[in-house]
Each structure stands twice: as C-alpha cells, then as structure tokens.
Unconditional design. Structure first.
Length: 369
C-alpha cells in the first residue's frame, strides 16, 4: 500500500461528532497543528455551517503553506461521494440533506473529501497499523502468507465499521458499507447489535446487574476498573456488562468476516477494555453452529485468533506449514492448510488512525485525477 509519510502536501482535517467538531491538519501522515474543538450544536443550519467554515479558517491561518485538500469524517446517513450529509439524529439542522462538501469547496477553493469514521479508521490501520504489523511478523518468520483485507470496528457511542480490501477502502453503492451496527442482536432478538455494543449498552447491563438507577451508573471506564478488581464495586456486574458486549459483538463480527475474510481491528473508546471482553468475543466467533444431524458445524471456514494473546499470536504466525510434492515431479512447495484470521486492538489509536486514513484518502484521490 502506498505511503504518504514523506509527502509535503497538507490536508486540513475534521473529526465531526454530535457534540464537538475537532479540527486539525496533517502533513506526511502526521498532525502538524494542535487539535482544537468547536461545539457542534447550533440553533440553525447557518450557524453550524459557519462553525465549520470558521474552524477550517482557523486551521488555514496556522499552516506554513496552503492546504491541498480538506478530508474528514462526518456521521451518516450521507452520500459521501457527492459530499452530501443526510438527516442526522445528533445534528437535526441537517434535515433534508446538506451539500457540505460542495459548500466547503466553494469556500476554500480546494477539493473536499468526506467519509465515515469507521471507514477512515480501518483505512488508517491498514496503512500504518495492525495490517502492516501482522504482515511484518509473517515476513520475519519466513512465512509467505500476507493479509490484504481488513475490517475495522469501532466500539464507542455507537458500533461502526469499515472495510479495506486489497489496498482500497471499500465503498458501497449507497455510502452504507460496513454498517455492522444494523446486524441482529444475538442476545436480544429484534434489536440491533448496536444496542449492546456501545457505551449505553455496557452501562445498561451494569446498572441492571448491580441494581442501580441509570443516573447512579458509573461510566464504562470505571466499570472496566471494577471488573479488573482495581476499583471497589460489583465485579460480577462489570464482567457481565462486558460479557454481553463480547457475545453480541462477536456474533456480528463473525457475520462480517464471513464476507471479508481478513483481519479485524477494534477501536473506539471501549476497545481499551479488551482484557475484559476480547477472549470471550473470539470464543463466540469460534463457537460452532448446530445442525439437524446433531453434528456441530464450524461457525466459520476460518479459525479466529486473539492477536492480543501472545500464545495465540504465535500460533497465528506459525500456522501449520509443511512441504507437499508436486505430482509427477520431485519438486515440493510450502503449504499451510490453516485458514485463519485474527482480531487485534488498534495499533495507532482511533483518532490517529482516522487522521491517517483521511490524509491518505485525500492524497490518493488527488493523485488519481
């Protein structure tokens, strides 16, 4: 995958959430100005657009030279290719659709690229995070196998996803690719997976198990510390909260990897709690299906490994290599019959991965035109 870590071009960036707009700028795959934020909410659309415009003007004023593009993530629904943002729950002033990309292109006179945060997160990790790290370990071990596909999932205020396939960020026909949040919830039929795989879900289960009211429920960071035994509290309730997230998330990721057949990287605020949920999540992904004959059926054609576990990581890298003879000759070739993927935690940090993804995507698009 082409890297832009030595490129001198500058791209202005924005991480847009329902609460704050966080602005920055990147050059050579690195942030070159301190991030700053502006409140996202405003009374009307004009105020919101003015906040975004003024934020980028503040960025431009700090740059050593003019930016080549603007590239950022913004919540959907959207038509990202055209730069149109649809009806947003957290930003109701966008109701009816807003041509945000063209608006900024008119304002600043440079190309503007908008994507979903899950897509840019996956792209950043494919460029400079988990994907190249695993391929480097395979190379050092003398193993010929290389991974070219990556599914990125974010666990936070929501449950997001993005797909990178063969060095390219996958784009669907409706800008709705990787929307893993809409998969079924294994534990609560009729509900979406996101109901259990987000901050609200973790808090809801902890409050239920600990017999607490919603207002008295601690935040997931504290629930994690309680579950690890580092803070006083209901340890069983904390473990249950992350167990439910693991089962629902693992089921959804197993469905996703059935189609993508590649590595999985996890990011978002809840990913830091992986010591409490990742082992169970991988276990769920490897749990076999039942059959009417009574014999179990492997859930996936591939085995899933926990890449945070040193022993499983080593098994993943080693595989089951042996030599097989080519029929009719004395020549032999290396064969590894172990079909496998792995799940790991972000190597870059979620925000950094999104920034690198946004930067690289913009320069790649510029170079293709």
């Amino acid at each position: 995958m082409k890297r832009y870590d030595k490129d001198s071009r500058i791209v202005m960036t924005l991480d847009a959430g329902g609460t704050n707009f966080v602005f920055g700028a990147a050059q050579g795959e690195k942030q070159i100005i301190p991030h700053f934020s502006i409140p996202a909410a405003a009374d009307n659309l004009g105020h919101v657009l003015n906040n975004i415009r003024n934020g980028f003007k503040q960025v431009a004023a700090q740059l050593p030279e003019a930016a080549s593009a603007i590239s950022f993530c913004f919540p959907g629904p959207a038509d990202y290719e055209q730069g149109i943002i649809g009806n947003l729950e957290n930003l109701p002033t966008f109701k009816g659709g807003v041509a945000l990309g063209p608006f900024l292109e008119d304002e600043f006179g440079i190309p503007v690229f908008i994507n979903n945060d899950g897509d840019l997160f996956a792209y950043g990790e494919a460029i400079a995070g988990l994907l190249p790290e695993i391929n480097s370990l395979l190379e050092k071990a003398g193993h010929p196998k290389r991974y070219r596909n990556l599914f990125g999932a974010t666990f936070g205020t929501g449950f997001g996803g993005g797909i990178v396939s063969r060095d390219r960020m996958f784009a669907g026909d409706n800008s709705a690719q990787g929307e893993i949040n809409r998969m079924d919830n294994k534990l609560y039929p009729g509900y979406s997976a996101e109901e259990s795989v987000n901050i609200r879900g973790v808090k809801r289960v902890f409050a239920r198990e600990a017999a607490l009211s919603e207002k008295d429920c601690p935040e997931p960071r504290e629930i994690f510390e309680i579950g690890m035994g580092r803070l006083p509290g209901n340890t069983d309730a904390a473990k249950k909260a992350f167990d439910e997230m693991a089962v629902v998330g693992g089921n959804a990721l197993a469905n996703a990897v059935t189609l993508t057949d590649g590595l999985i990287v996890l990011g978002g605020g809840l990913s830091g709690a992986w010591p409490l949920f990742l082992e169970k999540m991988v276990e769920e992904m490897n749990t076999p299906h039942k059959t009417f004959s009574g014999r179990p059926l492997d859930r996936l054609e591939i085995k899933v490994f926990n890449l945070q576990n040193p022993q499983q990581l080593q098994q993943f890298i080693d595989g089951e290599r042996h030599q097989i003879v080519v029929p009719g000759s004395t020549r032999s070739i290396s064969y590894d019959p172990l079909k496998r993927v792995g799940v790991g935690i972000t190597r870059l940090g979620t925000s950094e991965a999104v920034a690198i993804g946004a930067y690289t995507f913009a320069l790649h698009k510029l170079d293709c035109h």
